[in-house]
Design a binder for this molecule. Structure first.
Ligand code: AMP
Ligand code: MG
Length: 390
């Protein structure tokens, strides 16, 4: 058996970052910025008023000083002139501060009479001017790679970038295999169940930036599996679910091999999971996951999500781990890394009582995968443990 990290290294060797494409800014959220983008202008592009008030010369400010209001500056409509001694310009937030003015007195701090203002006592001491380029300057870069968040989109807009270079989304083809499976919404026969894994994995992988296609269910026959692999053409990653172990009806490896996959089969020292098939087939990476629903989802989180991130140019790293206090003691772990379904509570992490890898209802209650290292000793309540956000 190989370790989870060894399996992950073997999977990373099957993929490379995908090419770049240019997308409109309005469609760029959650995409991965593929190359550095430089600001096309200063922001603000001029010294701008931060308040509604009067722009004047700071060195003339004194208790009871009077000024003649000679004009107005509003957002989008600057004052076309110079503020001389004894003069002020009525100004509003976002307007360019007129030449020679060096301070904005907020309107609450003056008394106005006709075209004259008088400064009150206890003036707000701040100048209320945003210097040119104080947010960012022309040429400043947003660095790649980076998953674009809403705040990044706003910044890119402000930088006057109408389109952005992003890494193409990896296309994943998902194939359920098994005579017992029907699609959700269909009427199953007496000995059939509903295919759940492809749906869960599509949701999981799209959350990591992939575009997933659910292919028709492949039956446990060579011709049906050949058809399914044919339909997967064009994908960057082909994922089969089930049929991957050594039972009489487990034909995925055989068919993939006949179709040119240079196949590696791993027994991974993990729970749930264990059998994992991987290789390259045509232009795609191929991974065969175990069929048990919890195994498929945990392997999706532990193996497929990092592969997607690597294809997106975000580097070859395992899923990031968090730490938490353990709320209740745990027995020692055996020779396989165990991803226990667990819940976060105010007292700490609580492992679910039932850990069977067929129980999706338990997985849905869980919001953490508590990681037990190989041969981890018994743990007491209050100890710190690692988990994956799930
Ligand atoms: P297998 O790896 O094909 O032996 O499948 C192991 C278990 O997972 C069996 O109980 C299958 O019925 C079940 N299974 C396989 N594929 C799926 C799927 N796509 N959705 C739900 N259960 C599945
Ligand atoms: Mg099967």
């Amino acid at each position: 058996m190989i370790t989870v990290n060894e399996a992950l290294e073997a999977l990373f060797a099957l993929v490379t970052p995908l090419p770049t494409e240019e997308v409109p800014l309005a469609e760029a959220v959650d995409r991965v910025l593929a190359s550095d983008v430089a600001a096309r202008r200063d922001q603000p592009p001029f010294a701008a008023s931060a308040m509604d008030g009067y722009a004047l010369r700071d060195d003339e400010v004194a208790l009871g000083a009077r000024f003649e209001v000679i004009g107005e500056a509003a957002a989008g409509h600057g004052f076309d002139g110079v503020v001389g001694p004894g003069q002020a310009v009525r100004i509003f937030t976002g307007a360019p501060v007129p030449e020679e003015a060096s301070r904005v007195i907020i309107q609450e701090d003056v008394t106005r009479s006709g075209t004259e203002i008088t400064l009150n006592a206890d003036l707000d001491p701040k100048p209320h001017i945003r210097p040119k380029g104080c947010d960012f300057k022309i040429g400043e870069v947003m660095g790649a790679p980076r998953v674009l968040r809403p705040a990044d989109i706003a910044l890119l807009a402000s930088m006057n970038c109408a389109t952005v270079p992003v890494t193409r989304r990896p296309v994943v083809a998902l194939i359920s295999t098994g005579d017992e499976l029907v699609m959700p919404g269909e009427t199953p026969g007496a000995d059939q169940i509903i295919a759940s894994n492809t749906f869960g994995l599509k949701a999981l992988l799209e959350g990591h930036g992939a575009k997933a296609r659910i292919l028709p269910i492949a039956r446990d026959t060579i011709s049906s599996l050949e058809t399914a692999f044919g339909l997967a053409a064009g994908a960057d990653l082909v994922v089969t679910i089930g049929g991957a172990s050594v039972g009489d009806h487990d034909l995925v490896g055989q068919v993939a091999g006949q179709m040119g996959m240079d196949r590696a089969f791993y027994k991974v020292a993990m729970r749930p999971g264990k059998p994992l098939m991987a290789g390259r087939m045509g232009g795609a990476a191929m991974v065969g996951l175990p069929g048990n629903p919890v195994s498929a989802m945990v392997c999706g989180q532990v193996f497929l999500a990092p592969m997607i991130r690597a294809m997106l140019g975000l580097g070859a790293h395992r899923s990031s781990r968090l730490t938490a206090r353990l709320a209740a003691p745990l027995p020692p772990n055996g020779p396989r890394e165990h991803y226990m379904r667990a819940r976060r509570t105010p007292e700490g992490l609580v492992a679910e009582g039932r850990q069977d890898s067929s129980l999706l209802s338990v997985l849905a209650e869980a919001d953490a995968l508590l990681v037990r290292p190989v041969n981890d000793p018994a743990r007491a309540a209050g100890e710190t443990v690692e988990y994956l956000d799930f």
